[in-house]
Design a protein around this ligand. Structure first.
Ligand SMILES: *[C@@H]1O[C@H](CO)[C@@H](O)[C@H](O)[C@H]1NC(C)=O
Ligand SMILES: *[C@@H]1O[C@H](CO)[C@@H](O)[C@H](O)[C@H]1NC(C)=O
Ligand SMILES: *[C@@H]1O[C@H](CO)[C@@H](O)[C@H](O)[C@H]1NC(C)=O
Length: 456
């Protein structure tokens, strides 16, 4: 039965949910598969349409096939419909060994919405619904942010909910924009508290500070990121990675992320982004670009077609493929690592009146808290993470539906004004992560003569 089922899946004529992939969980500062191997993210940001891109199964199949050729093992999706059926797309990605990070927040449920941070029952219900929808898939791995105490409170509530529902340990973490001055404080804050339940499962940062072929590790922004992150006690990765100010992109930064300077600290990177949009970060397109005023439902938006056969944007696509092909880190085994890991917590950042307006000693806000709380020494912590001045002076009118970034600094900024992007970028995001490495499992299991257990 199992064999038949598998065959059918391989042939692509079976769409039932298959949960047979190693799941991803966190031990100490690293991700591990349920087989005990360290997991490194080679990812691509994926949001073809502003609405849920995980319901069109044929499209997912086409894209997942090319992603597998590219060498990606993870995608990040910013916006989904928590009541839709995602099983077809999740299987499409799972069967190619591709895991997903899914943002928990939708555009209206950011911790900070309309400038006011809060953690409310309504938001909690929406986040729970996303987790309910995706926990059933083995390739879900998660992400979210801005008003730090609210963010931590939300993460702690989601973790409690996950436990109460008996879900597996789907990591819940946060994706932050790289805001220079404030980022170090946030990064430390989310991992500094002595109560483990008040720390994130992982932290990730959008970074656009390696631009052009002339850049090397020492001249990039990476040594600074690394210096702030040495000994960080939870997994850390780049939730958006890219810079297109000096095309074509050669993706040589991947050698650094997975190289000796960074690999003990970083768990990989998510390349921004899959689809070509006005911001020119795309790795694929779906046909010739049309005039910017051409829009046809969700199929064509602002002149960019968003469905059909993906066609690589060259040489960028092949450049990334070639770089990734030379990178296959093994890392450490979970058992050996767990036996020696002991968390060195960063010091919680001090409150400063003109910068980090968070009192680390205060209790986290409780559900329903809004604006001023015991955690917020001076009311709305708008200074903490919200990014200002994110426009990209060099970019054409960007208006993608995809992610978006936040802006390292004005010059290297990408998708700033993309509809979805500007928001998710400026706010940072909460995510869920997971995977369906079906082929990998199949190969391993066949090699070992193991039998499969499917949850049909
Ligand atoms: C979300 O999915 C449900 C179930 O498929 C559907 O009824 C609803 O219209 C969708 N919502 C949006 C905004 O697309
Ligand atoms: C971006 O798209 C939105 C929604 O379609 C539209 O209201 C806005 O004017 C567009 N911005 C630009 C710069 O094209
Ligand atoms: C900002 O971008 C410029 C141009 O890419 C770069 O030289 C500079 O180092 C960047 N600053 C930071 C803080 O990343």
């Amino acid at each position: 039965m199992a064999f038949f089922f598998l065959l059918c899946l391989v042939l692509g004529v079976f769409s039932t949910i298959i949960n047979s992939i190693p799941t991803i969980s966190v031990t100490g500062a690293k991700f591990f598969t349920s087989e005990g191997k360290q997991f490194f993210i080679k990812g691509v940001a994926y949001q073809l349409i502003e609405d849920d891109p995980l319901v069109d199964v044929d499209q997912c199949e086409r894209d997942a096939t090319l992603m597998q050729e590219l060498g990606a093992n993870t995608i990040r999706v910013y916006h989904i419909n928590e009541t839709a059926d995602h099983s077809g797309c999740m299987n499409a990605f799972a069967s190619r060994g591709i895991y997903l990070f899914v943002d928990l927040d939708s555009f209206k449920t950011y911790i900070s919405y309309s400038g006011q941070p809060s953690w409310t029952e309504e938001k909690a219900a929406s986040y729970r619904a996303v987790m309910d929808n995706f926990q059933q898939y083995d390739n879900t791995a998660e992400t979210d942010s801005p008003a730090a105490p609210y963010l931590l409170a939300a993460a702690a509530d989601m973790t409690k909910y996950r436990k109460a529902k008996g879900y597996r340990d789907i990591p819940v973490g946060y994706s932050a924009t790289d805001t220079g001055a404030l980022r170090p404080m946030l990064q430390d804050y989310v991992a500094c508290r002595p109560d483990e339940t008040e720390r994130l499962d992982f932290y990730s940062v959008n970074t656009y500070s390696w631009c052009g072929a002339a850049t090397e590790y020492q001249t990039s922004g990476y040594p600074a990121l690394q210096a702030l992150s040495q000994d960080y006690p939870i997994p850390l990765w780049m939730s958006e990675d890219g810079c297109n100010t000096a095309p074509p992109r050669d993706f040589k930064d991947q050698n650094a992320v997975f190289g000796p300077d960074m690999i003990d600290t970083w768990s990989g990177a998510m390349i921004y982004e899959w689809i070509q949009e006005m911001n020119h970060y795309g790795l694929v397109s779906y046909g010739a670009q049309q005039a910017p005023d051409v829009t046809d439902g969700t199929r064509i938006v602002n002149g960019f077609t968003r469905e059909g056969q993906p066609v690589p944007v060259q040489p960028d696509f092949d450049n990334l493929k070639q770089v990734w092909a030379t990178i296959s880190p093994t890392g450490v085994e979970s058992a050996a690592y767990a036996a020696t890991f002991s968390a060195k917590l960063p010091q919680c950042p001090d409150y400063t009146a003109d910068g980090w307006k968070v009192d680390a000693a205060a209790a986290l806000p409780t559900l329903g808290a809004q604006g001023v709380s015991s955690g917020m020494a001076s009311g709305v912590p708008s200074g903490s993470i919200t990014v200002t001045g994110i426009t990209n002076p060099s970019a054409a009118p960007t208006n993608g539906t995809g992610a978006g970034e936040s802006g390292v600094n004005g010059t290297a900024t990408p998708s700033s004004t993309s509809t979805a992007g500007a928001q998710s970028g400026a706010q940072g995001n909460a995510m869920i992560g997971g995977n369906y490495g079906l082929f990998g499992v199949l190969a391993a299991a066949l090699a070992m003569g193991a039998s499969f257990v499917f949850f049909i």
